[in-house]
Design a protein around this ligand. Structure first.
Ligand SMILES: Nc1nc2c(ncn2[C@@H]2O[C@H](COP(=O)(O)OP(=O)(O)O)[C@@H](O)[C@H]2O)c(=O)[nH]1
Ligand SMILES: [Mg+2]
Length: 262
């Protein structure tokens, strides 16, 4: 389960603090230091940890917790509330278009898990009563088209591919027409990635965005990339504007940090 290491560290801090009838400013500093270490060990970005600790400290001092009758409980509450805020106080869902099909475009680096996620997402949406169509937009490697077809077949979800074209906006438009005629209300575009972010990739994705106008652009990020995931997300967001992030491979990540699904 995600956050395993982090939650046991925080539970330990809570246990130590909870019973204290009085805490001094030094106790508070010590607690914040431990929370900071727990977050850093969980591979949370340093800037985020720094801001988080500052906010908790300000709130703790602002609420005069040191003079309170239950100071430990109050500090715990502040940490818990801020943690909830940090992880997103609200969970957002995919916005479906009132005029189907809703177009979801998956983007991300090569190997991040786009094709696998396309299948998982289609399966999830089907369970929610949708009729998804997967679209092979990674046109450079014939194996990539085949991979999506295998994923679709195994789930019994239709896959649109045009092996004769490398024009991704054109392929996406053909897929939209097929979706309309076959009453597929969601289409998922499985796009190509690169090993690293490069101008050519961004230009190509921008071109697809401009021509196809997807309702949701979701960035797929391999959680094993750790801190670099932040840079990848920033770069895709600046270039393309993303609506959400899906972190993959959390099952194999020993740091098990966090998972946003939008
Ligand atoms: N353990 C694990 N492996 C995954 C996950 N998602 C993808 N993979 C594997 O990562 C590799 C790359 O995935 P793929 O979907 O082809 O990535 P793409 O290049 O972005 O389309 C494949 O070997 C997948 O089986 C996941 O959530 N957990
Ligand atoms: Mg792929």
């Amino acid at each position: 389960m995600a956050f395993e290491g982090l939650s046991s560290r925080l539970q330990e801090i809570t246990r130590k603090l909870g019973g204290k009838a009085r805490i001094t400013e030094n106790d508070l500093k010590e607690v914040l230091r431990e929370v900071k270490l727990a977050l850093l060990e969980a591979d949370v970005n340093y800037k985020i940890v720094k801001d988080f600790i500052n906010v908790v400290q300000e709130k703790a001092l602002g609420q005069d917790v040191l003079k309170s009758l239950t100071p430990g409980q109050q500090v715990i509450k502040i940490v818990r509330d801020e943690m909830t805020e940090l992880l997103g106080g609200t969970s957002s869902k995919i916005c479906f278009s009132p005029n189907p099909p809703t177009i979801i475009m998956l983007v991300g680096l090569q190997g991040s898990g786009k094709t696998t996620t396309a299948g998982k997402l289609a399966n999830l949406l089907r369970k929610q009563g949708k009729k998804p169509l997967l679209v092979a937009c990674d046109v450079y490697r014939p194996a990539a088209i085949k991979q999506l077809q295998v994923v679709g077949n195994s789930l019994n979800i239709p896959v649109f591919a045009n092996e004769n074209s490398k024009d991704v906006p054109h392929i996406a438009k053909q897929a939209i027409n097929q979706a309309i005629s076959k009453l597929n209300d969601v289409i998922i575009l499985d796009t190509a990635g690169r090993l690293h972010i490069d101008e050519e990739l961004m230009q190509e994705l921008k071109n697809v965005k401009a021509n196809v106008k997807p309702h949701e652009i979701l960035l797929v990020v391999d959680s094993m990339t750790g801190q670099d995931a932040v840079n990848v997300a920033e770069s895709f967001n600046n270039n393309l504007g993303i609506d959400g992030i899906i972190l993959t491979k959390l099952d194999g990540d020993t740091r098990r940090w966090c998972c946003f699904i939008c």
